[in-house]
Design a protein around this ligand. Structure first.
Ligand SMILES: O=C[C@H](O)COP(=O)(O)O
Length: 317
């Protein structure tokens, strides 16, 4: 991770002045989508970069110790060794983190320690996904996840406070979550699909960063609308503006519904264009995804071998 963001004082004047130009954002998003993604010869390398930025996630009601173990083993070796060798990759490639519910943190932490891996365990918390539980319960959840071994905490904001314009109250809550995180890095999920306007998304991004978030994250993956390119542009502009005024680089994590290698390439392009190369690393960019890796593996296999035979699938006669 880069230097921790210590946060700033709550700046009501700055927050009240924010007005986002929706048309300009939509136009920019269209432009990014129409951009040429990396040429074929570079795509395997870009896809490998995407793998190293994935928070490999399972957030399901039927999660058990065994599927958490499988998730961790996949995070330790996300791409087959032979393929890496063919790409002249000597380094170990792992995903950036695993991301699980608080009750499953210990399962992941114990397995990763036994496997001698330092892949961080990220835990969602604070009443994920809706955040509609009492503040004390939400704080307690953060403390328990940290005690069980999570070194990254993905908190959800209180959308009620955002939608009723109580930005300072939201700032105060996030500051308390930050305290409860201790040394763990804090990613703040805005649940953009429930914030109504781009202006609210920008304001929520700013408040989250002022309160000391190390990352801002689009979505829980459980809202009807999750990570979109237009919302990402709004959040990236807020990150850039916060960096210019404080000198601190806050990370960005799109999450929810990201399933294909092609989308991963667009996300990397967007970050490169909006925030620059510094952000193209796991310290400042994560892809939150439960089912993206399979397609990336398939595409890497295709690029390396020249075949489109379905990787990890039975060959057709
Ligand atoms: O935080 C990560 C998201 O919950 C993952 O969403 P997804 O299951 O749609 O990939």
């Amino acid at each position: 991770m880069s230097a921790r963001n210590p946060g700033t004082k709550f700046d009501l004047e700055h927050i009240s002045k924010v007005r986002v130009n929706t048309q300009a954002v939509l136009k920019r998003a269209q432009h990014i989508q129409g951009q040429k993604i990396p040429t074929k010869q570079w795509q395997a390398a870009w896809l490998l970069k995407a793998v190293t930025c994935i928070d490999l996630t399972t957030l399901a009601g039927d999660d058990t110790p065994s599927n958490i173990h499988r998730l961790c083993l996949k995070a330790i070796q996300p791409v087959e060794h032979n393929l890496l060798k063919k790409m002249d990759m000597q380094d170990k490639v792992t995903t950036a983190a695993v991301c699980v519910y608080p009750s499953r943190v210990a399962d992941a932490a114990i397995l990763l320690e036994a496997a001698n891996s330092n892949i961080p365990v990220a835990s969602v918390a604070t009443g994920f996904p809706a955040g509609q539980t009492p503040l004390e319960t939400r704080l307690q959840e953060v403390r328990m996840a940290v005690a069980d071994g999570a070194t990254e905490i993905d908190i959800v904001i209180n959308r009620t406070l955002a939608l009723t314009g109580q930005w300072e109250a939201m700032f105060d809550e996030i500051c308390q979550f930050r305290m409860a995180c201790g040394n763990a890095h804090m990613k703040t999920i805005l649940a953009v699909g429930e914030l109504g306007t781009f202006t609210n998304v920008y304001k929520a991004s700013m408040v989250a960063m002022m309160a000391g978030s190390d990352f801002i994250k689009t979505s829980t993956g459980k809202e009807a609308v999750n990570a979109t390119y237009s919302v990402a542009i709004v959040m990236a502009r807020a990150i850039r503006s916060y960096y210019l005024s404080t000198g601190y680089k806050v990370g960005f994590k799109p999450a929810g519904g990201i399933r294909t290698a092609q989308e991963a390439l667009v996300w990397l392009t967007l970050i490169k264009e909006e925030l620059g190369n510094d952000w193209l690393c796991p310290h400042l960019f994560r892809l939150g995804a439960s089912s993206l890796l399979t397609d990336i593996e398939r595409q890497i296999y295709h690029h390396v071998t020249g075949h489109y035979a379905a990787y990890n699938e039975l060959p057709m006669a």
